[in-house]
Design a protein around this ligand. Structure first.
Ligand SMILES: Cc1ncc(COP(=O)(O)O)c(C=O)c1O
Length: 334
């Protein structure tokens, strides 16, 4: 029997998503690949700001912020950052101010990529092409300045708290999967900074490991990715006090073959996956996170890496808004 999640995660959650996201069977891919049991978990279909994985994390970040009586959320990211967009949207939804710091130059293209943040009423600052540690320092300095002015700021993005959203997602997918003809055995998701992955792995462990989890690296070499995941997983163990299996017992598979030239750099397979998802299932995926994940998913289904009798699901983590500024990345579309 599935443990009751609300009794396991004690952190305050501000509900943004009160219904599960769809678990969609991809029947045209099933016909094309001549095998049943191909699914997408549609975390791109959420009711707020075009959806995406960060909304699940924001339920916990907002829960924390509201408990601390925060009046302004601070967030940092690139000009087309999904985290920034969804934080700006969530702030407007609960009536908080939002300050977005972009590690990007103030150019017309970057203003365009960031315009949804303005639409949601956030204040924007462009820091120039600084690295992540400089951006974090700028966030800390901005928070300190706001506190001196009598505000109660909070910097959004605690990875352990954010991971709780995906502990919940593992439970949600498990429940949906149980209602299918044959339960899902394999889940593919993007490997990046770790909160989504570690949360899902932790949830899977609480459930007794129903899923084989496939991480498709889109950003780091394996050791670095594994390190992020380990730190967040251990953080979850510590913060929840739950006695779950150690990370090295998790049914985890790292897929490193789609990283190409790194974060955001398309590969022929990722571009083909974007076209294939659009033209086979009418589903939009984008270059940075979901295209490489879906490329690996399709490859493993086609090459028999995932046996035909074993249902498999790709987690669509969203990011669709970014597609609108990615036209220049396509090589085969003119
Ligand atoms: C659309 C999308 N998918 C996946 C990820 C990766 O999530 P994580 O940072 O939890 O590894 C991100 C991160 O920004 C994202 O925006």
């Amino acid at each position: 029997m599935t443990p009751e999640l609300s009794s396991l995660l004690r952190e305050p959650r501000h509900v943004l998503l009160d219904t599960p996201t769809p678990l969609q069977r991809l029947r045209r891919f099933e016909a094309k690949l001549e095998r049943p049991g191909i699914y997408a978990k549609r975390d791109d279909l959420m009711p707020i700001a075009l959806g995406g994985n960060k909304l699940r994390s924001l339920e916990y970040w907002l829960g924390d912020a509201l408990r601390k009586k925060t009046d302004i959320l601070l967030v940092g990211g690139g000009a087309s950052s999904n985290l920034c967009r969804l934080t700006a949207a969530a702030a407007s939804l609960v009536g908080l101010d939002c300050l977005v710091l972009h590690n990007a130059l103030d150019t017309p293209e970057n203003r365009q990529a960031s315009f949804l943040n303005r639409l949601f009423g956030a204040e924007l600052r462009f820091l120039g092409p600084v690295d992540e540690s400089q951006r974090n320092a700028a966030l800390a300095a901005a928070a300190a300045e706001l506190a001196r002015q009598g505000r109660t700021p909070i910097i959004v993005g605690d990875p352990v708290l954010g991971a709780m959203g995906y502990v919940r997602a593992a439970f949600e997918l498990h429940e949906q999967s149980q209602r299918e003809e044959a339960p899902i055995k394999h889940v593919f998701l993007a490997g990046s900074m770790g909160p989504t992955e570690a949360g899902f792995i932790f949830g899977n462990a609480l459930l007794g490991h129903p899923f084989q989890i496939h991480l498709v690296s889109v950003e780091y070499e394996q050791a670095e990715l594994a390190g992020y995941i380990r730190r967040i997983y251990e953080g979850l163990q510590e913060r929840t006090g739950l006695d779950v299996a150690a990370l090295h017992d998790a049914p985890l598979h790292y897929h490193m073959g789609h990283l190409g030239d790194g974060w955001g750099a398309p590969t022929p397979a990722s571009e083909a996956a974007i076209l294939s998802f659009a033209r086979t299932e009418g589903i939009l995926i984008e270059h940075v996170y979901t295209a490489k994940t879906c490329a690996c998913f399709l490859e493993r289904l086609a090459d028999g890496g995932i046996a035909s009798g074993e249902p498999a699901c790709v987690l669509h983590t969203g990011g669709t808004a970014a597609l609108f500024s990615q036209f220049g990345l396509f090589r085969t579309l003119t």
